[in-house]
Design a protein around this ligand. Structure first.
Ligand code: GLN
Length: 489
């Protein structure tokens, strides 16, 4: 373990040094901020860096630690995706619409992290309103993949994934509506977890599609993911969809023992024409799990092929309703040159939203309009139930499911931006978990031609303990460690 480059530490390593007083929270934060300054002109993972308030929080963390108090995350610097509300710090959603929006409250996940003494460094870039798979839909700038600056980091949590990969923070939190934590985690070689729907409060997460949205951690390894999940989970009276289930100390279950664990391989996730390198990587992960004593069997999720279509009705429908609040009156961007109130509304939305957001609003409004509601929205909800039932059935026979996280490794910047359907196809393996509300994790499975690729584990509602335990055992057995990109400073 080294403290000469504190930015390169994992959460548990940093915690040990902080607890032993071999490193102070201020030193750690300064080191991470230095790292951001040296690398972010190339990566562009941060929309804002809040150096002054970060150093203040670090000072406060040091006094907590000096009293012998605090917990694992005390003094640990983190980033939050810029669609998660932070008091006094702009929360832009990478949109012109919220460019100058400064919330006067924290999201519950932020409140919880702050209460542990974790240090907020700033806000991470994303596709506008979390709509996209490459972070190219940010109104500010695209984020680059630290493993190859000519490729995308994935999206919509591209900033969070890239910042963890480039070691500009010890962890980040993102949001996952259709894969936005797991897909960029796969592309950037980090661990990304989407918890069970309702495990983490959505209060203060700017709404995209409320029946699918969920906040989740991006970390360098599985143990860190367990620490962060524990800190942000729990019931919240401010979010009526948040669960009342107890929050276990997830990290205590990472004992490496997966003997006899039943793992299902859904045949619908290994289809003709899929990238053979990705298929081979997942197959070799399956072999590793088998060697660890897991029992592998083939399972079937017959409605998988409809998941993407269902998502692209339900998510835009909910988005069109959620985004109707941006009217230029209550908060956010307001177009100033207009003749009357309707003209103002039209111009505000015309100039405030980017093309992908407008596309989703159009799709959603169409799907919800009378005459089409039954044919599209209602039908999509019915198929959603069938997809959910597929999982319920399969989880009677197996404990968890293994599948690819993404159909390919990271693609070049600009490659898919003019072809929305190609972009949407990126989420083909991640969307079903959101539709069913189940937890899923993407963990690094190795490199394909020098680019990282993840493998995905899914489990029944509230199976995070099993998912993390399996992911951790796999991580130890696969033994490729944190996939460090080589960034020239
Ligand atoms: N890429 C998907 C979309 O564009 C998922 C986004 C997300 O999970 N926020 O909708």
């Amino acid at each position: 373990m080294t403290s000469s480059n504190p930015w390169s530490l994992t959460i548990s390593e940093a915690h040990l040094l902080l607890a032993r007083k071999q490193l102070s929270a201020v030193e750690l934060t300064e080191s991470v901020i230095q790292r951001i300054k040296q690398t972010d002109s190339k990566i562009n993972s941060f929309i804002s860096v809040t150096e002054e308030s970060a150093l203040k929080s670090a000072l406060n963390a040091d006094s907590i630690l000096a009293r012998g108090e605090g917990s694992l995350l005390t003094g640990i610097p983190f980033q939050a995706k810029d669609n998660i509300c932070t008091t006094g710090i702009t929360t832009t959603c990478a949109s012109k619409m919220l460019e100058n929006f400064v919330p006067n409250y924290d999201a519950t996940a932020i409140t919880k992290l702050k209460s542990t003494g974790a240090v907020l460094l700033g806000k991470g870039n994303l596709d506008e309103f979390a709509m996209g798979s490459s972070t190219e839909n940010s109104v500010f700038f695209p984020t680059k993949n630290p493993h190859d600056l000519n490729t995308v980091p994935g999206g919509s949590s591209g900033g969070p994934a890239a910042s963890v990969s480039a070691e500009q923070c010890l962890f980040s939190i993102g949001s996952d509506t259709g894969g936005s934590v797991r897909q960029p985690a796969s592309f950037c070689g980090v661990v990304g977890l989407k918890p069970t729907y309702g495990r983490v409060s959505r209060y203060g997460l700017v709404a995209f599609a409320s029946s699918l949205d969920q906040i989740g951690p991006l970390t360098k390894n599985v143990q860190d993911s367990a620490f962060v999940l524990e800190a942000i989970s729990g019931n919240d009276p401010k979010d009526s969809t948040s669960n009342t289930e107890d929050v276990p100390a997830y990290a205590e279950y990472l004992d490496g023992d997966v003997k006899g664990l039943k793992i299902g391989v859904p045949k619908e996730y290994f289809v003709d024409g899929m990238d053979s390198d990705v298929a081979n990587t997942v197959r070799s992960s399956i072999k590793t799990m088998e060697d660890m004593g897991a029992v592998i069997s083939e399972v079937s999720l017959p409605h998988t092929s409809h998941a993407l279509a269902v998502y692209y009705i339900i998510a835009p429908a909910e988005a069109s309703s959620n985004l109707s609040r941006y009217d230029g009156v209550k908060f956010g961007y307001s177009h100033s040159e207009s003749t009357d109130v309707w003209d103002a509304l039209e111009k505000t939305r015309q100039h405030g939203f980017g093309p992908e957001v407008k596309r989703r609003i159009l799709l959603g409004t169409y799907a919800l309009s009378s005459g089409y509601y039954d044919a599209y929205y209602l039908k999509a909800q019915q198929v959603r139930s069938l997809i959910r039932q597929d999982f319920v059935k399969v989880f009677k026979d197996v404990d968890i499911i293994i599948a690819p996280s993404t159909p390919t490794v990271a693609f070049p910047l600009g490659d898919k931006i003019s072809d929305p359907v190609q972009m949407y196809l990126n989420d083909i393996f991640t969307i079903p978990a959101n539709i069913a509300g189940i937890p899923a994790i993407s963990i690094p499975a190795g490199l394909i031609k020098d680019m990282p690729i993840g493998v995905q584990l899914m489990g029944p509602h509230h199976s995070e303990k099993t998912l993390l335990k399996t992911a951790h055992a796999y991580e130890q057995a696969a033994n490729h460690g944190f996939l460090k990109p080589s960034i020239q400073e």
